[in-house]
Write a protein that binds this ligand. Structure first.
Ligand SMILES: *Cc1c(COP(=O)(O)O)cnc(C)c1O
Length: 401
């Protein structure tokens, strides 16, 4: 998933446009900026690319989740359902708005199981966050149908799947809104950065105001600050240099990054399928729309996965064993399970000295059945024939592990 691999002349040129004006900020400085509006242009192009009506750029993917949740009106007393296999940021953002994260099982897609989602909906559920993990689709059509029945908005965490589609439609456009991350390991990168897309003009307006201290971004008497603010906001603004890099990376997303990842994924999949007997691949709902950041496959036991991965690692070709992953897998989120926060009274996991919710590490047995039997290779944009041959040899050895 690495946009950093293709950082080059195009990004440099876009950055130069900003450096020439010296205007590093997305708002104001109309006279000095000489018509250069990189963040605004990035938003327009990103929305158009995804076939969404509006896009709001922010400072990170975590900020995108927080701003989206805040604009949806989520807060203390609310429960937000996400999945037990995601990056910690998904539930950190839920906690940041004061709500309680509830975790649903994942299935063979390695994303939210709609049947378990339905079981976890309560009278307090105010938002559902399916995550399109590792480049590929959650069962978002079914999830949105369930959510509609209950009148609950869906926020798609699309941080790991920029450019991914399901049945021709961009991920992030099925629910009320979709969030993206452009951090160092993502499919396209701006260093740090994030984006939220939506077709709901009112929701977009709230996100735009909230992410910038409540400024309404229309000409006001007395200039910026002359307006009346509708509510308390915060600051999650994106910088012009990030917007500039985003424009260059977005132009490469489909034709360069995803095209290469797809080709490399097909080659590696063939190598895995022909070397590891009994291997089963992760269920991909729509191969055409897969952004192909990862190749994931299941073996028959956790122990077998670890033996295979040890052999692969010894041959210089380690995969990721997600069962041990402390950033992505529920039973390994020790800080969440322990209720550890920086606040003296334990907020937001505790209030007035009392735990608000206890997380049982054994609560997601179905997810354990998939995640602890799974290995995944990250697909690089640049995969040489030599490296592929080395991986094939390592896999042959691992077949005997
Ligand atoms: C990376 C990521 C985020 C957070 O993005 P940052 O830009 O690093 O804040 C959120 N959700 C998921 C699933 C991610 O992978």
């Amino acid at each position: 998933m690495p946009g950093f691999e293709v950082f080059g002349k195009e990004e440099e040129k876009e950055i130069q446009d900003v450096l020439k004006t010296g205007v590093l900020f997305r708002y104001e400085f109309a006279n000095e900026r000489q018509g250069v509006y990189k963040v605004r242009t990035f938003e327009e192009k990103f929305a158009a690319f995804c076939d969404a009506s509006f896009a709001q750029a922010v400072s990170s993917g975590t900020a995108a989740l927080k701003v989206a949740l805040a604009a949806l009106g989520i807060g203390p007393g609310d429960e937000v359902i996400t999945q037990g296999f995601t990056f910690v940021a998904t539930w950190e953002a839920i906690l940041e708005v004061g709500a309680i994260p509830v975790f649903a099982e994942v299935d063979a897609t390695m994303n939210m199981d709609p049947r378990d989602l339905e079981k976890k909906i309560t009278a307090n559920t105010r938002c559902i966050i399916p995550v399109h993990m590792l480049g590929a689709q959650a069962r978002v059509e079914e999830i949105v149908a369930i959510a509609k029945k209950h009148g609950i908005p869906v926020l798609e965490d699309t941080a790991q799947s920029a450019g991914g589609r399901l049945h021709g439609r961009h991920l992030g456009t099925f629910g009320a809104c979709g969030t993206f991350s452009f951090d160092s390991v993502k499919t396209m990168t701006t260093g740090e950065g994030g984006m939220i897309i939506t077709n709901d003009g009112e929701l977009w307006r709230s996100m735009s105001e909230y992410h910038d201290h409540g400024h309404d971004h229309v000409p006001n008497p007395g200039g910026r600050g002359g307006e009346k603010r509708r509510f308390v906001g915060s600051n999650y603004r994106m910088m012009e240099i990030q917007g500039a890099i985003g424009l260059a990376q977005l132009a490469k997303l489909d034709p360069v990054i995803i095209a290469a990842q797809k080709k490399n994924k097909a080659a590696l999949k063939e190598a895995v399928a022909t070397t590891l007997p009994g291997v089963r691949f992760r269920e991909i709902l729509d191969e055409t729309g897969d952004s192909a950041t990862h190749l994931c496959f299941f073996l028959d036991s956790a122990d077998h996965c670890q033996r295979v991965n040890k052999t692969l690692a010894d041959a210089g070709c380690a995969a990721t064993y997600f069962g041990a992953n402390t950033w992505h897998y529920y039973p390994r989120w020790e800080q969440l399970l322990a209720g550890s926060t920086v606040s003296r009274d334990g907020w937001p996991l505790a209030a007035h000295g009392k735990r608000r919710y206890i997380y049982d590490p054994a609560a997601l047995p179905q997810s354990a059945g998939y995640i602890e039997r799974c290995l995944g290779f990250q697909l690089p944009v640049k995969l040489s024939d030599e490296r592929l041959a080395q991986m094939r040899e390592a896999l042959k050895k691992a077949a005997r592990a």
